[in-house]
Design a protein around this ligand. Structure first.
Ligand SMILES: *Cc1c(COP(=O)(O)O)cnc(C)c1O
Length: 382
């Protein structure tokens, strides 16, 4: 039934072999820089590539500071701790996300508060958030946002830029200011995506990135916090065992974390970042080919929202209904072309079923219909 789509995807990747959803591409200085760390013996927690990777990334995204950590989940955990999320707090997020977003909330002893997404952006809906808060929350005399029932503190708002498409940031920033929520952006999927010309992950107090193997660029495993100078200095301290600098003594002034990114991984990151602009161009070109190809098909491609420039990390389509989605998944995977449904909603997972939530109409609608198509960077001569 989806034979033409399968042939189209095979033409893009010029292969009759299995086509994965997203594979990393190493065609820059990866080998050279990783070997350099081995030759120097500085493969671990000390080394020049970590500083270099942080500086290069801060420049690329336009953030005052960037702090490298060992994965995106660790970056989220630290971000929430740094903005003061504590035991018993609530953190607003979307139920349509990868599980890491919610796990980071749970690591702080806090609980997610699930708010619906927009159908256009696939990300947290500022309108749905404002409506839920208007009905169920107040800002108390101390300036904290609290639920009317139970007076639970709602400390932060953690939207996620799904598949690289930015949420409606102007509206969301305004809602967060009105309700005194600290904005933290899960930008794991949106490195290279811009909202009104500004890089995602730089709108909130902190933004986080992931460099897992399936992301737009990889360090094997890795993540980053994007933030201001003061928070950045705190983040560095907290993620490197909270050690007070001293020539030989071990003094730590709080419970710290060993979340730092090894130099070996940072070297890979420096080499990958050099190619990031080319990766983004390739992905945007592939997205346009999908959009053109799907013009007269029942599948609606997911396109960048207004005023945004998306990295198109993963291409997606919205099927007419769940039956069509299942047929698409079966026919492509049976043909050796990997496709995947979007995540099951987080409120369905056993550990999050009791979480507070608003209506999730759009999230449920998308959950039943969205499929991701192969989206790896194309070979350079294509
Ligand atoms: C990949 C990803 C993360 C972080 O993942 P790590 O594997 O820990 O680097 C977090 N949130 C979202 C939405 C992601 O897609």
């Amino acid at each position: 039934m989806f034979d033409r789509l399968v042939s189209f995807i095979r033409e893009q990747y010029r292969t009759q072999e299995f086509i994965p959803l997203h594979a990393p591409v190493f065609r820059g200085r990866e080998r050279e820089l990783v070997l350099d760390t081995i030759d120097s013996t500085f493969v671990s927690s000390v080394g020049a590539y970590v500083d270099r990777f942080e500086r290069d990334m801060a420049t690329f995204v336009g953030s005052p500071r960037a702090i490298a950590v060992m994965n995106g989940t660790a970056a989220l955990h630290m971000a929430l701790k740094l903005v003061g999320v504590e035991q018993g707090d609530l953190v607003v997020t979307q139920s349509l996300t990868f599980v890491a977003t919610c796990n980071a909330i749970a690591y702080c002893g806090a609980e997610p508060l699930f708010i619906d997404v927009d159908r256009r952006t696939l990300g947290l809906s500022p309108k749905a958030l404002d409506e839920w808060l208007s009905e169920h929350a107040i800002v108390d005399d101390a300036g904290d946002c609290r639920t009317r029932d139970g007076h639970r503190r709602i400390r932060a708002c953690l939207p996620m830029h799904t598949f690289g498409h930015p949420v409606d940031l102007d509206a969301l920033v305004a809602v967060c200011e009105r309700w005194r929520l600290v904005l933290v952006e899960d930008a794991a999927e949106s490195l290279g995506s811009y909202y009104k010309g500004r890089h995602t992950g730089t709108f909130g107090r902190i933004g986080t990135l992931s460099f897992n193997g399936n992301k737009i660029m990889t360090t094997g495993g890795g993540g980053m916090l994007l933030t201001d100078q003061v928070t950045g200095t705190r983040a560095k301290h907290l993620t490197t065992t909270a050690k007070i600098p001293h020539p030989y003594e071990f003094v730590h002034d709080e419970v710290g974390y060993n979340y730092r990114l090894p130099n070996l991984n940072a070297a890979l990151g420096v080499a990958q970042l050099e190619q990031l602009p080319a990766f983004i161009e390739s992905k945007r070109a592939l997205a346009q080919r999908y959009i053109d190809f799907l013009k007269d098909s029942p599948l609606a491609p997911i396109v960048e929202p207004a005023h945004c420039r998306s990295n198109y990390w993963l291409n997606g389509v919205v099927c007419e209904d769940a039956a069509q989605r299942d047929a698409l998944l079966k026919s492509t995977n049976d043909s050796g072309v990997m496709t995947r449904p979007i995540w099951a909603l987080m409120n369905r997972l056993p550990h999050y079923t009791n979480a507070l939530k608003g209506p999730l109409t759009n999230a449920e609608w998308l959950e039943a219909r969205v499929v991701n198509l192969p989206s790896s960077v194309l070979q350079s001569e294509q």
